[in-house]
Design a protein around this ligand. Sequence first.
Ligand SMILES: Nc1ncnc2c1ncn2[C@@H]1O[C@H](COP(=O)(O)OP(=O)(O)O)[C@@H](O)[C@H]1O
Ligand SMILES: [Mg+2]
Length: 223
Amino acid sequence: METTTPQLIARDLFQSFRMGTRRIEVLRGISIEVAYNEAVFLSGASGAGKTTLLYTLAGLERPESGIVEFEGRRLYSGGSAAEARLRNQKMGFIFQGYFLLPELTALENVVLPVMIGRKAIRNDAEASLAAVGLGDRLHHLPAELSGGEQQRVAIARALTNNPDIIFADEPTGNLDSKTGDAIMDLLLNLARERNKTLLVVTHDARLAARGDRQLRIKDGVLQ
Ligand SMILES: Nc1ncnc2c1ncn2[C@@H]1O[C@H](COP(=O)(O)OP(=O)(O)O)[C@@H](O)[C@H]1O
Ligand SMILES: [Mg+2]
């Protein structure tokens, strides 16, 4: 479904957390529209609410109020099985800090969500790992891979279900700047080649400028 309607729409998102007796208002009325195939970068200080916003947009964290609509479907509307299926089929995630299971090889880490999505399997995962340049590292454990290589595994995993949109939380956060640049190139190129929307959190303003659009979150609102 490719139309001029935005792929992702969020309206008036609010979220707060209790810290002891205090309440921190993390999202204070955030609205966003993201077009199909757009690469949007979200930056902001540590603790500004970037991860909270990304998770809320991805259907992973229910906001206190406000709506999120993805490809014409309202998220957080109760049908959790249907919503999980939608996430599995249409969304890819790259979490902060790789999030690889240490006991599983590169190949197994990439196969895992594919199996959860019940699609056929190993060839897809191998193709994704080859696409990120790890065709010869299929059977290595995360501990046997460099930081950049682990992040490539995380990217391969996000690609494997052939999602429409990829959410990435600080994908270069743990990497030196040269490796970080290469990872960001890889992610942007793969997204462009494969017509995927990209929503990337980064605190690196230099990298954020490389997307189609840059958003900043401060004091719970977008600037
Ligand atoms: N589940 C939670 N419970 C309590 N506080 C939280 C929770 N998630 C996030 N926070 C708080 O909300 C603020 C924003 O967090 P986060 O979205 O992770 O920021 P960022 O990703 O920009 O560093 C922080 O002060 C954080 O401590
Ligand atoms: Mg964060």
